[in-house]
Design a protein around this ligand. Structure first.
Ligand code: ZN
Length: 113
């Protein structure tokens, strides 16, 4: 697949700091080195330095819940990496409880502390 670096640049300008930090750390696996460079430059322009990126990386390395392929799982409610497993219900049509189900949440959406 041809990587469209212009799209990466547009994404990097629009995304918030947290999303960009996640891209170059938690979600780095499978990213093109050129795309990572673009995001790192964007972060630098926002005053976020390589040391800050390393700190983010070590903070989330052991916290993030990974799938069978080692890829980080996502929060049920947003695009942040999941760090919390909680039992709830798998619902049919979004409201009929069917099965007890483990849901994954990020630190902003988790309810259990
Ligand atoms: Zn979330």
């Amino acid at each position: 697949m041809q990587l469209d670096l212009e799209k990466v640049r547009i994404y990097a300008k629009k995304a918030d700091n947290r999303a960009l930090l996640d891209r170059v750390t938690v979600f780095r696996q499978g990213m093109e080195p050129a795309a990572i460079e673009i995001i790192k430059i964007e972060l630098l322009e926002r005053g976020i330095f390589p040391a800050d990126i390393s700190q983010h990386e070590s903070a989330y390395k052991d916290l993030v819940i990974r799938g069978p392929e080692g890829l980080p799982r996502l929060c049920k409610k947003c695009a942040l990496p999941a760090i919390s497993r909680e039992w709830g219900w798998l619902k049919v049509f979004g409201f009929i409880p069917l099965l007890p189900w483990q849901h994954l949440y990020c630190e902003e959406h988790k309810t259990r502390h």
